[in-house]
Design a protein around this ligand. Structure first.
Ligand code: GLV
Ligand code: GLV
Length: 322
């Protein structure tokens, strides 16, 4: 008998076909996100599941008696309650590697648009204000040869360093618990203290996973160490920055600007002050959202699911459960 799995979100045909060759399955095909109660009911019989980005905790897992594998279509897995997974004996998986270059591209987009203010300038151009562009207000900030500070040096951080060092000849510093020899040798990156990074960088990129240690890692104190020329970029997880403190700093022009793909609460509320601030560049959590990469993530999540329930091949188990 084939295992039975539930697919709680839309996935590519290729990923669905792969699953269908190995498992019996059902799938949520609606464009709206699956209601939590429906997902919970569907998990009751399932040996494994692909889920949308929802909290996976004791409450979701309590009746999922057959469940062995829960497959996230994302590299980040802050939606997993690790203790609850351990308790339930369920393996949590994610999709590393396949999105590293794509997220690094988006980070560079944020660096460039944040520094050169292209989004703001586009609005001015569209409003017919071209002839006002002589105003020194529109002079922006260089990216090439500036100092880049990367907080959190994992695989995505490495790809950012490569672009920064080889493409833009930036001077790269990083803050990380352990040394990363690759970026030091290949991209002339220097490991520095957090204070040095905050004080000296022209552009700061946050590339940390979200967990209890990194929540509000960048708060008022850290922001105060930056200067009025600093651009702060975040495409990892919103709650790593104390958003209220950041908004205050942007309002006071304590820093040059922020370029953000992630927020404390997503989707961003329509009354969030960030939407009104001209020194904030905003995208809607699209770091990995290219056609090629999302296809690759779906397939990787499908393979994690199938290999996990069959015990038949490589599975990207999150590191806390290995
Ligand atoms: C997206 O945010 C991811 O973690 O893959
Ligand atoms: C992913 O978690 C990375 O930092 O590469």
């Amino acid at each position: 008998m084939k295992p039975y799995v539930y697919i709680g979100r839309q996935i590519t045909n290729e990923a669905e076909t792969f699953i269908s060759e190995h498992c019996d399955y059902n799938i949520w095909r609606e464009a709206v996100k699956i209601p939590r109660e429906t997902l919970k009911a569907e998990l009751k019989e399932a040996d494994g599941a692909i889920i949308p980005k929802v909290p996976v905790n004791q409450e979701l897992l309590e009746n999922a008696e057959n469940l062995k594998v829960i497959s996230n279509v994302a590299v980040g897995y802050d939606n997993f309650d690790i203790e609850a997974l351990k308790e339930a004996g369920v393996i949590g998986t994610h999709t590393p590697y396949v999105l590293d270059e794509t997220v690094a591209d988006l980070v560079f987009n944020l660096i460039l648009s944040g520094a050169r203010r292209t989004a703001e300038l586009q609005q001015f151009t569209r409003k017919g204000k071209w002839n006002k562009m002589d105003d020194p207000y529109f002079l922006s900030k260089d990216v090439h040869h500036s100092k880049l500070g990367v907080i959190g040096m994992g695989r995505i951080g490495e790809k950012i360093c490569r672009r920064a060092n080889l493409g833009f000849e930036m001077e790269v510093m990083y803050y990380n618990r352990s040394r990363n020899q690759k970026v030091e040798e290949e991209y002339e990156a220097r490991k520095v203290s957090l204070d040095t990074l905050l004080e000296q960088s022209d552009i700061i990129v946050i590339m940390l996973p979200l967990n209890e240690k990194t929540r509000h890692f960048i708060g008022e104190q850290e922001i105060q160490k930056m200067n009025e020329n600093t651009l702060l970029v975040n495409a990892s997880r919103g709650p790593i920055i104390d958003e209220e403190a950041l908004i205050k700093a942007l309002e006071n022009k304590d820093i040059y600007g922020a370029a953000l793909d992630v927020f404390e609460n997503e989707p961003l509320a329509s009354d969030n002050p960030l939407l009104q601030l001209s020194n904030a560049t905003i995208t809607p959590h699209v770091g990995s959202a290219t056609k090629q990469t999302r296809d690759a993530m779906d397939l990787r999540a499908a393979k994690n699911l199938v290999n996990g329930v069959l015990g038949s091949g490589p599975v990207d188990i999150i590191k806390e459960l290995r």
